[in-house]
Design a protein around this ligand. Structure first.
Ligand SMILES: O=C([O-])CC(=O)C(=O)O
Ligand SMILES: [Mg+2]
Length: 206
């Protein structure tokens, strides 16, 4: 069985919470967490319209070095997002289109980098969402060290393995796994209330 078939049947992608988060704005999810759990505003989709929802596979890598990211690609499960602390370094891209393509084949649904990426056009072409501090053509070194699966800091927020990651046009929200159901319920209420208020305001145009 190929990795793509695996991705379609893996239980981690059947989680109903993923579908609930998929239709909620990151802003509403943040409001449901006392407006906390939102990454620094400089971490944004590197291509227009990129969005993602998945579970965190955490990676800590030395600034400007992606040796451990190659290991992560082989170990992450379908439905995972590679969430990477690269110490906010903007001098060298931690990932590009080749890593993006490998991720796609393995069922990984996207990347969140406290660092930068490259090959943005090709990542857009393969619809591989990447949220990062920006882009640079400068490539990474491949020496290590790095760590997998530990709780890490990304964009000023702690992320543990298995936390829910939601990225949209505003940026990225992180929902701790232990409170995810409550947060989804509260965010659905925020969304419903704001939908109603927005409609009432716009009705003044009519
Ligand atoms: O060279 C690298 O490791 C990063 C890169 O451009 C790619 O993954 O395509
Ligand atoms: Mg490349």
């Amino acid at each position: 069985m190929g990795h793509t078939a695996e991705a379609a049947t893996d239980s981690s992608t059947d989680d109903p919470l993923l579908d609930r988060f998929r239709v909620l704005p990151a802003a509403n999810i943040g409001d449901a967490m006392d407006r906390m759990g939102l990454l620094h505003s400089s971490i944004q989709s590197i291509w227009p319209g990129g969005t993602l929802v998945g579970t965190a596979f955490t990676v800590w890598t030395r600034a400007g070095d992606n040796k451990v990211i190659h290991e992560a690609l082989a170990l992450a499960r379908p439905g995972d997002v590679l969430v990477i602390n690269g110490q906010g370094d903007e001098s060298r891209a931690l990932i590009g289109e080749l890593i993006g393509a490998r991720a796609k084949v393995n069922g990984i649904v996207g990347f969140v980098l406290d660092g930068v990426a490259r090959d943005a056009d090709m990542l857009m072409g393969m619809e591989m969402p990447v949220f990062a501090r920006g882009v640079t053509p400068a490539g990474p070194f491949k020496h290590g060290p790095g760590f997998l699966g530990q709780t890490i800091a990304v964009g000023g927020v702690a992320v543990a393995a298995g936390d829910y990651i939601i990225g949209d046009a505003d940026g990225v929200a992180v929902v701790p796994r232990a409170v995810a159901d409550q947060v989804a319920t509260a965010a659905e209420a925020v969304f419903a209330r704001e939908t109603e208020r927005r409609a009432a305001i716009l009705a003044e145009l009519a």
